[in-house]
Ligand binder design. Structure first.
Ligand code: SF4
Ligand code: SF4
Length: 176
């Protein structure tokens, strides 16, 4: 019985090998040929702007706190009208593992992952990206979202008038 089992295992292995011999090869001759990754692919990180052109990042440090390899650092500052922004913002891509936790943690949708995976450098110091390397002119994946229209210092109207905000409940009306 053992010899029959061995022959069966041998034939199964050979069948799998033969099956793949006639398949179309999936090798891509990179860099001459390039395959476009899916839009949700997690590669180079960017800082985006809101639809009014303002910087979305409010230097809250949440992305830095969420980063498992400690590769994000920044200095907060306050602009006219009390709006916070990052005076400088740095990501060390030599340490980044492209896990996406920073983008998940960001409350303003400022920090986003892009499918641009071609960021290899010969000098490791060139993988230190400063704010001017990270900040883009567009809104990225969330073109309509403006943090300051939902909350933040820019909201001056009475409570309940913000975008997508419910009217405040009169607690006295809940009394029996
Ligand atoms: S993708 Fe992950 S490792 Fe890279 S900066 Fe964001 S949290 Fe850190
Ligand atoms: S990118 Fe987002 S999470 Fe990071 S400091 Fe700016 S606002 Fe906060």
């Amino acid at each position: 019985m053992t010899i029959i089992k061995d022959i069966y295992a041998l034939l199964t292995g050979m069948w799998i090998t033969w099956k793949h011999i006639f398949r179309q090869p999936v090798t891509i001759q990179y860099p001459e040929e390039k395959r476009q990754p899916y839009p949700r692919y997690r590669a180079r990180i960017v800082l985006t702007r809101d639809p009014d052109g303002g910087e979305r990042c409010v230097a809250c440090q949440l992305c830095s706190a969420a980063c498992p390899v400690d590769c994000i650092s920044m200095q907060s500052a306050e602009g006219e009208g009390g709006r916070r922004y990052a005076e400088w913002f740095r990501i060390n891509f030599a340490r980044c593992i492209f896990c996406g936790l920073c983008a998940e943690a960001c409350p303003t949708l400022a920090i986003q992952m892009t499918p641009d995976f071609e960021i290899c450098k010969r000098d490791i110091m060139d993988l230190l990206y400063e704010k001017e390397d990270l900040l883009i002119d567009g809104c990225g994946k969330s073109p309509d979202y403006n943090f300051y229209r939902h909350t933040g210092i820019g909201v001056t109207q009475p409570r309940g008038n913000g975008a997508g905000e419910n009217r405040p409940v009169d607690v006295r009306s809940l009394m029996p």
